[in-house]
Design a protein around this ligand. Structure first.
Ligand SMILES: Nc1ncnc2c1ncn2[C@@H]1O[C@H](COP(=O)(O)OP(=O)(O)OP(=O)(O)O)[C@@H](O)[C@H]1O
Length: 290
């Protein structure tokens, strides 16, 4: 069992082409899955690569269980695994060969586990990466990363290109692993289904800064669309939590703090006709655009 913070980013700054990341401060807890969301080209993959020391930040410190680059690189590489999108420099190798190359890095690598993952994904061990489809390539990256059994897992758009069966197998693998090993997962994604199925916490990368972690279930409870009686409309300035009000065709508001809004509507004797949570899709869009 490792002690300390699985991934701790302190004051990271990175300039990459036309994007500027940072300063970023972030602490990830054990046994949590974090979904890192952000617009295209906002720097999500760049941040993951910095965590693997595949890209160097201009400044800042990245610690994995208290160990930092460059002095602890060897030990860190046993604690963290990365499924990039795509795997670079692997065109001529097969999954079997890549497994053999990676295995010595990880004390926790088990060949039987690796073979079972490959079988579950139905990805061939002897086909060269360059000849694989996009989905097969994704399964190679996931098989390798999961087989390390490392306590910190970085996944770049893990379900992008996966067929329905593979997606379900991937979910089963994460659940199965979570029952056996302590693992913190940080995944970038644009897929609402990934957020729904996998994420405990949401991280938003906006304008180079991280917002969050935001607890997914709490967000779902807090954000709500509320329809009001047209007879008695509120003075919105006195209702806390309201982020939007629309009078047509039926008066309704959107709140980011349902409990506070509810209490205030009740206190002001404003009748609620109906209320419902936002869809995850709308919720994430609003968070990203806020
Ligand atoms: N290998 C590279 N060489 C040069 N520039 C790169 C490279 N990879 C990414 N960039 C640049 O870094 C910036 C951030 O890209 P990054 O891939 O980190 O964004 P992202 O948020 O993961 O995007 P997406 O959601 O589209 O995958 C972009 O401006 C991109 O052009």
């Amino acid at each position: 069992m490792n002690s300390g913070i699985p991934l701790h980013i302190k004051q990271l700054v990175k300039q990459q082409d036309d994007i500027h990341l940072g300063p970023i401060d972030l602490e990830l807890e054990p046994n949590m899955t974090y979904a890192l969301l952000g617009p295209n080209s906002s720097g999500k993959s760049t941040l993951l690569k910095c965590c693997m020391n595949l890209m160097k930040p201009a400044s800042g410190i990245i610690e994995i269980y208290g160990r930092s680059y460059p002095q602890d690189e060897h030990r860190i590489k046993q604690l963290i695994a990365f499924a990039p999108d795509p795997l670079e420099g692997c065109e001529l190798f097969t999954l079997g060969q890549m497994g053999d190359m990676i295995a010595p890095w990880y004390a926790s690598w088990e060949r039987s586990h690796f073979l079972r993952r490959a079988e579950q994904f139905k990805v061939p061990l002897d086909k060269r990466y360059e000849k694989m489809s996009q989905g097969e390539r994704k399964k190679v990256a996931l098989t390798l990363a999961l087989s390390t059994q490392a306590p910190v897992l970085l996944l770049d758009e893990p379900t992008n290109g996966l067929d329905i069966n593979s997606r379900n197998r991937f979910k089963e693998m994460l659940v199965e692993d979570a029952e056996r090993i302590e693992r913190t997962v940080l995944m970038t994604t644009h897929a609402i289904e990934d957020i729904r199925q996998f994420a405990d916490q949401i991280l938003l990368l906006k304008n180079g800064r991280i917002e969050g972690p935001l607890e997914k279930d709490r967000l779902i409870q807090s954000w709500r669309r509320v329809w009001l009686s047209a007879d008695k409309l509120p003075d919105l300035s006195v209702i806390p939590g309201v982020v939007e009000y629309n009078g047509y065709p039926y008066p309704h508001l959107i709140t980011r703090n349902w409990q506070e809004t509810l209490d205030s509507l009740n206190a002001n004797q404003i009748p609620i006709v109906r209320d419902q949570p936002l869809s995850l899709d709308e919720l994430m869009e609003r968070l990203l655009n806020e």
